[in-house]
Design a protein around this ligand. Structure first.
Ligand code: EPZ
Length: 419
């Protein structure tokens, strides 16, 4: 078992380069299944979810060449099976994108129910509704999903809720469908735009990604032969921005799209931090105790649920009592029990948590319940006085590239230790 041992407090200072976006990359990789040929993908984050995605694609027949630790060339001309490996697909959430992509490419797929962070119920009814509207038969039995279609036909689809995964999955399924699909009440996250840009680069005809109506005109085939670079990670960038505030540091983030960070910037200014937008880099600094603030998580462009735990660390240290209302996931306050072990005063009741700010956090052994909770605990450990040991690193490694190396370069005293 591995743990991160952090000796704090350290105000993080310096420059950090943001990696490619996990939640875009885990959709772009399955999207390559729609191409009858070869393409190159760059700026992939070096994280375990990407390695597992590549293993699944290889199992289906794709040939992958690693050009560097952030770039692959993938040949999907020969897809040899329609059965995805159950052990791998159950390891993470985004394996459900194999369904949309393989329905488009082969008209058939058998896949295990997706795994991923345990954030409460994570239904996939909107994905299934979308596939069925396009003409597929979908059944869920004994932990497996079977989907089959003779030829998918474009159709209007209204999403009952705003879902990132369902929007992308239906987009994947409809790219090669006959006719036009419209997705109404679509999600607008930056990774949705990135997946659409990738598909359009390969010959798809998708319009309106980034708005709540996406129109996909089906095309005969996607051509390969192009290179695509994954968008910078909005959530990794937000994590470092909030780490700068929580540790009262001064960070410059390189390779980020500041437009994607507006809701975070607004909250940082509200709590008394400073933000300087320099186009493709952003500087965040804070020299005093943060002010209290209230947060409600919302789909993009609202404040992202995936930064709620990191913001929770800032508010634990704020002057006054703050309230966070989590509107996306049922169980995203598991990290508050761990922060309380470090001296925070947080009371979570259902989807609302009250943060009575304390002046200091103190090091303690703490356990990541999920990916973003883990990142929040690393931020808390860096801000806290004394030694923090963060356990369950497999969650953090799914989505943050070299987290300890990036923190160490910014001054943190952090080591990965094998027990
Ligand atoms: C994506 O999950 C992200 N994962 C999550 O990030 C993120 O928290 C979430 O979007 C919201 O931004 C990936 O992109 C791989 P949703 P996803 O479908 O697609 C309900 C991280 O830490 N819903 O937008 O699974 C659902 O229960 C992860 O990187 C249905 O009811 O989320 C939730 O309440 C964690 N039926 C809401 O919609 C459905 O068919 C939004 O979920 C689908 C979703």
């Amino acid at each position: 078992m591995e743990k991160l041992v952090i000796k704090g407090p350290t105000p993080l200072k310096g420059e950090v380069t943001i990696s490619g976006a996990k939640n875009a990359a885990v959709a772009i990789l399955p999207a390559t299944l729609l191409i009858d040929g070869t393409c190159t993908i760059e700026n992939l984050p070096n994280i375990s979810d990407i390695k597992i995605s590549c293993e699944i694609l290889e199992h289906l027949g794709a040939k992958i060449t690693w050009n560097s630790e952030h770039s692959i060339t993938i040949d999907t001309s020969n897809i040899t099976t329609t059965k995805a490996p159950l052990d791998l697909t159950s390891k993470f959430r985004a394996s459900y994108y194999i369904i949309g992509a393989m329905l488009g490419r082969k008209g058939e797929i058998e896949v295990g129910m997706p795994g991923g962070c345990k954030l409460g119920a994570r239904p996939i009814d909107q994905h299934i509704k979308g596939f069925e509207t396009l003409g597929a038969n979908v059944s869920v039995e004994k932990g497996k999903i079977y989907a089959k279609a003779k030829k998918l036909k474009g159709a209007p689809i209204y999403m009952d809720i705003v879902s990132v995964g369902a929007t992308i999955n239906v987009m994947l399924a409809s790219v090669l469908a006959k006719g036009t699909t419209t997705i109404d009440n679509a999600a607008k996250e930056p990774h949705i735009v990135d997946v659409a840009n990738f598909l359009n680069t390969m010959g798809a005809d998708i319009r309106g990604a980034g708005t709540d109506v996406i129109k996909i005109n089906g095309v005969e085939k996607l051509h390969g032969g192009s290179t695509y670079s994954v968008v910078p990670d909005q959530i990794e960038a937000g994590t470092f921005m909030l780490a700068a505030v929580a540790t009262r540091g001064d960070l410059t983030l390189k390779n980020c799209i500041t437009k994607h960070l507006e809701s975070i910037t607004a909250k940082i200014i509200e709590v008394g931090g400073n933000v300087e937008d320099n186009g493709d880099s952003i500087r965040v600094w804070c020299s005093k105790r943060p002010n209290k603030a209230n947060i409600k998580t919302l789909p993009y462009p609202g404040f992202p649920t995936d930064l709620q735990p990191q913001m929770g660390v800032v508010l634990s240290l704020a002057n006054g009592t703050s309230v966070i209302n989590e509107s996306i996931w049922e169980s995203r306050f598991q990290y508050t029990e761990e922060l309380n072990k470090m001296g925070a005063r947080i009371t979570a009741q259902g989807k609302t948590a009250f943060f009575e700010g304390v002046k200091k956090l103190y090091g303690a052994p703490v356990y990541s319940s999920d990916l973003r909770a883990g990142a929040a605990l690393v931020v808390a450990g860096t801000a806290a006085e004394g030694i923090t040991e963060v356990y369950n690193l497999e969650h953090i490694d799914r989505g943050y590239e070299n987290i300890e190396e990036k923190f160490r370069k910014l001054g943190a005293k952090i080591e990965r230790v094998k027990e």
